[in-house]
Design a protein around this ligand. Structure first.
Ligand code: ASP
Length: 476
């Protein structure tokens, strides 16, 4: 017999069905045994009556929570007073004629059927595959999938090409610390994991792709921060040629509005078109550059998007230089070093760099910065000028020689943006923590308690990589 999913049973009253799944909860009433069967679609109640099948009843007495079972039975309507309105299938139940245990299970390390957010992080992450059995977690992963799928379809229809860019690459200038991967073939040399595909996407514009995007993994070796998963996160990385800043903002605004209307019709976008506000005005009016424009902050269904533009191109550096301590200059890029100065402000680059505005745009949702981007420099001379202002040495400049060189071969004007995926889905899902919308996140102290990573490696591996460890002495 073909398999029926739990959620489909409500449409099959009177029919014989075959179900496969887990025992969510077992209630033994002596004569009758009730099993809630859970599969990817939801939960349905099974009733095992010895009068219907003595054999099935015997097996039901042996089952425990989270056993994997196979069931055959008839879909019956429930009597009026037995209807469970909390359950999608609450108007039916399965009268079991056959029951088999496919696999047993140890007792759960924590209750996976109720809200697992109160369980301690270490335990939840060590048994993440059990935590993900929780319906809320499954719903979050499904929402994430739908959001990504919507974006892919929308951009594909709009003529974008998704391109995978390398994960083994070279240090990238997003201002964070890189994750390094030692090269075995070139002793003493390292790959870096990309902090973002910034340089690749610009080079794809030189290549003539014109419209690129990627659901891109990004790696930044930072301590955990409130709204970013430590270690790695995903961005909708996007770049376009021959566009103005307004074109980029409009694309994202239309796509995200449509996404919300289609996937989450219960949510209301507070203001359309989204407010566009300058950095200066945001600071003056709201005291920060990511204003929370919700009318009612207690309303979980309100989404207040806004754009912040006209950021200063540079911020004055304080202690450490943004780029691994070059320390030669007082200027650091507010966004990154490929952001174009506002054309009207180019003359100020020499006179008063602090006054130059950049063509940067930040996307803010409910007071959280969920993405940023810019129109890029496409004139190699201006690019060099920016390198000088941020105090790059010859050697540091040479690290970007490939960009300057590529820009000598007919580079189109271009720009883009990279809204975070995790952050956006977190807000849409109404979750407090970003880890709730990531299948296997690292813990707050940047470890994976399930895989046990990071972990030590063998002497042999170190030797192959020509690495010797110089570990801090353990405190006694
Ligand atoms: N690469 C930038 C970032 O990761 C985004 C962009 O400028 O498109 O923040």
């Amino acid at each position: 017999m073909q398999r029926t999913y739990a959620s489909e049973t409500k449409k099959k009253v009177g029919q014989q069905v075959r179900l496969l799944g887990w025992v969510n909860i077992r209630r033994d009433h002596g004569k009758l045994v009730f099993l809630d069967l859970r599969d990817k679609s939801g939960i349905v109640q099974l009733v095992v009556n010895p009068k219907v099948s003595a054999e099935a009843h015997k097996t039901a007495s042996e089952t425990r929570n989270e056993y994997v079972i196979e069931v055959e039975g008839k879909v019956n309507p429930r009597s009026e007073n037995n209807i469970n309105s909390d359950l999608e299938t609450g108007k039916v139940e399965i009268e079991v004629t056959k029951l088999a245990i496919i696999n047993t299970s140890k007792p759960m390390p924590f209750d996976i059927t109720s809200d697992t957010r109160s369980v301690n992080e270490e335990t939840r992450l060590k048994y993440r595959y059990l935590d993900l059995r929780n319906p809320r977690m499954r719903k979050n992963l499904q929402l994430r999938h739908k959001v990504i799928n919507f974006i892919r379809n929308y951009l594909t229809d709009d003529g974008f090409t998704e391109v995978q860019t390398p994960v083994l690459t070279k240090s990238t200038p997003e201002g964070a610390r890189d994750y390094l991967v030692p090269s075995r073939i070139y002793p003493g040399k390292f790959f870096a994991l990309p902090q973002s595909p910034q340089q690749y996407k610009q080079l794809l514009m030189v290549a003539g792709l014109e419209k690129y995007y990627q659901i891109a993994p990004c790696f930044r070796d930072e301590d955990a921060r409130a709204d970013r998963s430590p270690g790695e996160f995903y961005q909708l990385d996007l770049e376009m040629s021959f566009v103005t800043q307004a074109d980029i903002l409009q694309l994202i605004e239309q796509m995200y509005s449509r996404l919300v209307e289609t996937l989450l019709p219960e949510k209301k976008i507070s203001q359309k078109p989204w407010l566009r506000i300058s950095y200066q005005e945001a600071k003056e009016k709201y005291g920060n550059d990511k204003p929370d424009l919700r009318q009612d902050k207690n309303n979980p269904n309100e989404l207040a998007f806004c754009w912040v533009v006209d950021f200063p191109l540079f911020t004055a550096q304080t202690e450490e230089d943004f780029f691994h301590g070059s320390g030669n200059s007082i200027w650091a890029p507010s966004h990154h070093m490929f952001t174009s100065p506002h054309p009207d402000d180019i003359p100020l680059l020499d006179k008063d760099p602090g006054k130059v505005r950049g063509l940067q745009h930040d996307l803010v949702l409910n007071g959280v910065e969920i993405g940023g981007g810019s129109i890029r420099i496409h004139d190699p001379k201006v690019q060099e000028k920016i390198f000088d202002l941020i105090g790059f040495s010859k050697e540091q400049k040479s690290q970007f020689a490939h960009m300057l060189e590529a820009f000598e071969y007919g580079v189109p004007p271009h720009g883009g943006i990279a809204p975070g995926v995790d952050r956006f889905v977190r807000i849409l899902a109404g979750e407090e923590k970003i880890a709730e919308v990531i299948a296997f996140p690292l813990s707050g102290n940047v470890r994976d308690p399930m895989m046990g990573s990071p972990s030590e490696v063998s002497e042999k591996q170190l030797k192959e990589l020509h690495l010797k460890l110089d570990l801090p002495k353990k405190k006694k």
